[in-house]
Structure formats: structure tokens, C-alpha cells
Design a binder for this molecule. Structure first.
Ligand code: SAM
Length: 284
């Protein structure tokens, strides 16, 4: 008898182009006792394409509370399991959170087998700042809630990344243009890795007009990326911040002055350091 516990592999699968599956994903999916899949019929096609005969068990948002304890029992009995979603990385706007949280809480080993995620693929080609970004997933379907969320995001300075479906892409772009501003730079990444892959950049109003002009561009799956709002007076300081920094640079070394001013004002340390340097130069 063995008391080895099973391992839960969280495996990413392609978002369109089947060649994007990794060798490690195939080997893992072949080696485990069972694969928990969002839609077993959909995944059966993918698995048969790669000659993977591992039995499937359905795990989706409607049954994850009942199925999770059964999967934990299998792990406890020493069975290795894999979890996949219909496309891309599980948990990223996809089921799996309940199982992952429960498996971690129960002390099982979890191993990611990374691969495609539409939001990351889109960010990698959008030409918008990708050093800091906010992944928002799907906006609410109801117009009032969607518009409220966009209002909340209006002042966000990091790149905003959204998932959107063909049903709501036009409405969604319309609300974004109105609330975030028609001139705000944005990118629509449509049907990534598929035949009709399209990556279009422009202001939100221009992108909306482009979508409306061609119903073919409204089909498929979308990632919408929107540049963050420049911070008020980015590059220049408001008077209150300037005064705080001016006092601190007379008392402290530049680095410390910038760090303290950043704490007091909430602005970026790097920006304040650059401004503090300028102040020192002006004093000479
Ligand atoms: N887990 C997936 C991932 O890692 O990309 C996301 C699943 S979510 C249910 C489906 C949404 O992801 C779509 O509505 C779309 O916003 C985005 N998406 C998935 N595949 C895509 C693709 N090939 N091109 C553009 N967006 C895609």
C-alpha cells in the first residue's frame, strides 16, 4: 500500500491553433488517471486529435461543488489528475477556481503546465504598456452594471484588458468610447491564432466605427485592450506635491526625499526622484 498523494496538474490548451499545445501538456494529459474538463465533448475532440485516451470527468461552474470532493478523494487515493478548460488557461475567465482552492487547502501538490492565454497573447502584440496591466475579464452583461464598472475604471493608469464575445462587442466598445473617451488608444485582438486573426489599433471611437462598418469584424472572440489614463499632470507636479518635495529635498538625500514624498502624495517614486533631481539642478 502506498500513501503517496496524487498531484493536480493545471494544464493550458490552445486558444485556436492546435499547434500551440506544448509537448509537456500532451505528456501530462497522457500520464494522469483522469482529466477534469469543462466540456467533456469539446475536450474529447481535442484529446483524440493528440491521441490522448485518458478518461474525462466533467467539471464546470454548475457541478464544481459536487465534483470537487470526489476529485480530492482521488488525489488522496494517489491518483494524479489534470484539469483543462475549453480553451487557454483554466481559471482565466474559466472554471477551476473551486478545485484549485480546495486542493491547495487540503495540502495537495498543484503543478501548472503553462501555455496559451488570450489576454497575454493580446498584450504581447498590442503595443500598449504591458509592464503593468489590469485584467478585467468580462465586463458585466447588463448595460447599467457595465457602465458603472467602466466609470470605476476611468481613472485607472494601467493598461486595461477585457474579454468580450461577439454578442456584446459593439455595445461594449460604444460604452468604452463614451465613458473612457473616444480618443483613448485601444486595441482589438480578434480570433487570435485562428484563420481570421485581426489586431486593430486606434482610438476607441475609431475602433467602434471600424467595427460597425464591417459585420464580419464583429464575429468571433475578442480581447479588448485600452491604454490607461495618464495620471493628472504626468511628468509635471501639482503645486502641493511640488511643495512637499521641495521641503524634503532640502532636508534629505534625493532618494529618501523621493521615497517619502511618494508615500505622502501617492505619486510614483521614480517620477518624484526625476523631479527632485531637476530641483537640485535648478538650485545650483
Ligand atoms: N481561459 C481562456 C484563456 O486563457 O484565454 C479564456 C476563456 S473565456 C471563457 C473566453 C474569452 O476569452 C473569449 O470570449 C475572448 O474574450 C477570449 N478569447 C479566447 N480565445 C480567444 C482568441 N482566440 N482570440 C481572442 N480572444 C479569445
Amino acid at each position: 500500500m502506498t500513501n503517496r498523494k496524487g498531484v493536480l496538474y493545471v494544464v493550458a490548451t490552445p486558444i485556436g491553433n492546435l499547434q500551440d499545445i506544448s509537448e509537456r501538456a500532451i505528456a501530462t494529459l497522457k500520464s494522469v488517471s483522469r482529466i477534469a474538463a469543462e466540456d467533456t465533448r469539446h475536450s474529447a475532440r481535442l484529446l483524440s486529435h493528440f491521441g490522448i485516451g485518458t478518461p474525462l470527468v466533467a467539471l464546470h461552474e454548475h457541478n464544481e461543488r459536487e465534483v470537487t470532493p470526489l476529485l480530492l478523494n482521488m488525489l488522496a487515493a494517489g491518483d494524479d489528475l489534470a484539469m483543462i478548460s475549453d480553451a487557454g488557461t483554466p481559471l482565466i475567465s474559466d472554471p477551476g477556481f473551486c478545485l484549485v482552492r480546495a486542493a491547495r487547502a487540503a495540502g495537495f501538490r498543484l503543478v501548472p503546465v503553462p501555455g496559451p492565454a488570450a489576454c497575454i497573447a493580446a498584450l504581447s502584440v498590442a503595443g500598449l504598456p504591458a509592464d503593468h496591466f489590469v485584467f478585467e475579464g468580462f465586463l458585466p452583461a447588463r448595460p447599467v452594471a457595465r457602465r458603472r464598472r467602466l466609470e470605476e475604471l476611468k481613472g485607472e493608469s494601467r493598461t486595461l484588458v477585457f474579454h468580450e464575445s461577439s454578442h456584446r462587442i459593439v455595445e461594449c466598445l460604444g460604452d468604452m468610447a463614451e465613458i473612457l473617451g473616444g480618443d483613448r488608444p485601444a486595441v482589438i485582438a480578434r480570433e487570435l491564432t485562428k484563420v481570421f486573426e485581426t489586431i486593430e489599433s486606434g482610438g476607441l471611437a475609431t475602433l467602434l466605427a471600424w467595427l460597425q462598418a464591417d459585420p464580419n469584424q464583429q464575429k468571433g472572440e475578442f480581447v479588448v485592450l485600452v491604454q490607461g489614463r495618464p495620471q493628472a499632470g504626468e511628468g509635471t507636479l501639482d503645486e502641493a506635491t511640488r511643495q512637499v518635495l521641495a521641503v524634503l529635498v532640502t532636508e534629505l538625500p534625493l532618494k529618501q526625499a523621493a521615497a517619502l514624498a511618494a508615500k505622502i502624495t501617492g505619486r510614483s517614486k521614480n517620477e518624484l526622484y526625476a523631479q527632485a533631481l531637476e530641483m537640485k539642478k535648478e538650485d545650483r
